[in-house]
Design a binder for this molecule. Structure first.
Ligand code: UT7
Length: 325
């Protein structure tokens, strides 16, 4: 039986040049390299330069993904971008990227699922491609999260960083089994009762300002380990695959302790976990495609490998996607 699949044709990423170490932060926040590394695994993060926008970084990641896919921008008819930190309240930053790529056809829009944004965007693009509405999608996670930080709040400002990652998804035909290349299954969840545990205290409708990120880290941590394990099991059950079939686990990079705890809970060996949180910090919706690009370009993820993505973020939102590369 022939069924539509969304196959990854290319991947790309971009990190701003400025590297900020834990010691750099400790010069003006009451913290230490020791505390940050022990509690989160983060050693450094990148911050965008003055005037460098989310769409600028998204464009660079998108261009790199197109080069990797050996495709022309004109082949793209859908852009789904997932910024928590768009350039403007509107229009969607995806339309800025679309224009910068010289694309005047198809559709481009942003979605908001905070740190789960990339997994949500993959699932949305996959459904459009499978429905036959578009042929080639750019799926982008890009963030200037540093601009949402309150640098007087040590419980949040040491955790986040900036960056962008993108993949090209192309409509293709598969046999309908788990040996097919492409997105095999995706599962999305949200539970708005947890809004107060991770949110930004501003916005156009409430304060007419941008606001700063606020988080009850311990509560988020507790929910993350449980929700992530559940949504991974959901992906395995939907496909009949087991954890032993997974070649690479590419999780949202929030905290090394969460990733270690999740891997242990689902029985995945440490060497199959792609971990970038130490170098990038938590880049919200950009973290999964940044990690994907690293593991593809350094030769770990190869064509035919089974790759498991997951993320959890504000809302709460969470989700997983299982992709045969
Ligand atoms: O991407 C979206 C999802 N986000 C997450 O998944 C984040 C989830 N949460 C976490 O990663 C962790 O909860 C944190 C890394 C945020 C915090 O680690 P924790 O082990 O939960 O620490 P805590 O919040 O329980 O704080 C422990 C202590 C507190 O002091 P007291 O009350 O015990 O005296 C904090 O005031 O550490 C203190 N503290 C700090 N100390 C030095 C908090 N932040 C800092 C800091 N430097 N930056």
């Amino acid at each position: 039986m022939s069924i539509p699949r969304s196959v990854v044709a290319g991947v790309g990423s971009y990190l701003p040049a400025r590297v900020v170490t834990n010691d750099d932060l400790a010069k003006f926040v009451d913290t230490s390299d020791e505390w940050i590394v022990e509690r989160s695994g983060i050693r450094q993060r990148h911050f965008a330069a003055d005037g460098e926008l989310t769409s600028d970084m998204a464009l660079k990641a998108a261009e790199a993904a197109l080069v990797h896919a050996q495709m022309d921008a004109q082949d793209i008819d859908l852009i789904v971008m997932a910024p928590t930190t768009p350039d403007n309240t509107f229009p969607a930053s995806a339309t800025t990227v679309q224009a910068a790529l010289g694309i005047h056809h198809g559709a481009a829009f942003d979605i908001q699922a905070v740190c789960s944004g990339f997994v949500y965007a993959v699932s949305i693009a996959d459904n459009f491609l499978k429905a036959g509405q578009f042929k080639n999608a750019l799926v982008i996670g890009a963030e200037t999260f540093s601009r949402l930080l309150d640098f007087e709040d040590r419980t949040t400002c040491v955790l986040f960083g900036d960056g962008a990652g993108a993949i090209v998804l192309s409509a293709s035909e598969g046999e309908g089994g788990v040996a097919d290349r492409g997105v095999l299954t995706a599962h999305l969840h949200s539970d708005g009762r947890h809004k107060e545990k991770l949110y930004v205290d501003g916005g156009p409708s409430s304060t007419q300002s941008v606001g700063h990120v606020r988080m009850i880290g311990r509560d988020v941590f507790r929910h993350a380990v449980v929700n992530i394990a559940d949504v991974i099991n959901e992906a395995l059950e939907a496909t009949g695959l087991t954890i032993a079939d997974i070649n690479w686990f590419v999780p949202h990079q929030a905290n090394k302790r969460i990733l270690d705890g999740t891997a242990k809970r689902i029985g995945l060996p440490e060497e199959k976990v792609v971990m970038t949180v130490g170098e990038h910090g938590n880049t919200s919706a950009a973290s999964v495609p940044l990690a994907l690009d690293k593991a593809v370009k350094d030769g770990r993820i190869k064509r035919g490998d089974l790759v498991l993505l997951e993320a959890m973020g504000g809302g709460f939102t969470w989700g997983s996607a299982l992709i045969r590369w």
